[in-house]
Write a protein that binds this ligand. Structure first.
Ligand code: PBG
Length: 327
């Protein structure tokens, strides 16, 4: 028989679901997902976050229920954010042993700490009355060096409360080293640090600031978070500095608009790479779905597969429990 056209037929491997599954190159597993959760002091009922349909500010009770749900679904980790009743300039609630986040860490770790990894977000913006991620100078600038000791104290308070991992998100230079030495000095040499190493000054955090009640009261975070137009080299440098300071995992945030950065980081990192599918990424899909404009479930799965394919080993996503159940 004479040669036919076309000779190559890539469609052969796409014909049936079983065939496609057999040759899939990217796999999502529940254990690769981390669920971010918010707990607010003094709440009596869970409080829905308007800009994040399906996400709530938890009471301590509803948080425990969400933690059990996540554990049952096989989710790999939970990352906790606390919203205190009272905020001040130095974010005192952040390292108060009786602060809301510490109470929640204690309870969640006791309940589900064997089934998944309980992670604390280590930052000041939820705890400060001005909403910035650090202490301020008299001129209202975020004071990098003065903030480092606060982060170390917060991380130690979190570890004492039962955090099994801490995740500094404030983008202060030297924060990983400061936290590492604080933890080591307090007897927590075994607690790993997942650093938000590569974090952009992003509009995609908008809904989170409602959820965590941490919008800066003036100015923005552009003086410490990375410029979205910055080079991949800048991202690699942030990663290398954090690894040299002792980070055990590195994170890229946001995810969807930074897939190239995730790929670049994955290619260089010798540690697990996490990516944070942030609040604005969640809100976009939920809003379009609520309007009936998109296929919600397919879009969620496709976005997560894309983030994995770019190179993320772990994904922080508000859909973690739902997706884990579906997998
Ligand atoms: C800071 C922090 C932020 C997010 C996680 N940790 C907000 C910010 O940097 O302004 C955003 C997460 C999201 O948008 O889902 N503690």
């Amino acid at each position: 028989m004479s040669a036919e056209f076309p000779v190559a037929r890539p469609r052969r491997l796409r014909r049936t679901p079983a065939m496609r599954t057999l040759v899939a190159g990217t796999h999502l597993h529940p254990s690769q997902l981390i669920l971010p959760v918010f707990v607010k002091e003094g709440l009596t009922e869970p409080n829905p976050v308007a800009s994040m349909p399906g996400v709530v500010q938890h009471t301590r009770d509803s948080l425990l229920k969400a933690a059990h749900d996540a554990a049952e679904a096989g989710v790999g980790g939970l990352i906790l954010f606390g919203i205190p009743a009272v905020k001040d300039a130095r974010g005192s609630a952040g390292d108060d042993p009786d602060g809301i986040l510490q109470k929640a860490l204690r309870e969640v770790s006791a309940e589900v700490g064997d089934a998944l990894v309980v992670i604390a977000d280590t930052c000041l913006d939820e705890f400060t009355d001005h909403g910035h991620c650090g202490l301020l100078t008299p001129d209202g600038e975020v004071d990098n060096d003065a903030t480092l000791q606060r982060y170390a104290d917060i991380a130690v308070a979190q570890a004492r409360a039962g955090a099994q991992m801490v995740a500094p998100s404030g983008m202060m230079d030297g924060q990983v080293a400061a936290i590492r030495s604080g933890l080591d000095g307090a007897g927590f040499a075994d607690i790993p640090i997942m650093s938000y190493s590569v974090k952009y000054a992003s509009a995609f955090y908008g809904p989170f600031r409602d959820a965590a009640e941490c919008a800066p009261q003036f100015g923005d975070r552009a003086s410490h978070q990375q410029d979205p137009a910055g080079t991949a080299g800048e991202a690699l440098r942030e990663m290398r500095l954090d690894l040299a300071e002792g980070a055990d995992l590195v994170m890229v945030k946001p995810a969807l608009a930074y897939l190239d950065i995730i790929a670049a980081i994955r290619a260089e990192a010798e540690v697990p790479v996490a990516a944070y599918q942030v609040s604005g990424e969640y809100a976009m899909i939920e809003a379009a779905a609520a309007n009936g404009w998109i296929d919600r479930e397919r879009m969620i799965m496709e976005s997560l597969v894309g983030i994995r394919r770019a190179g993320a080993d772990l994904i922080l996503t508000y859909w973690a429990s739902e997706v884990a159940r579906r997998l």
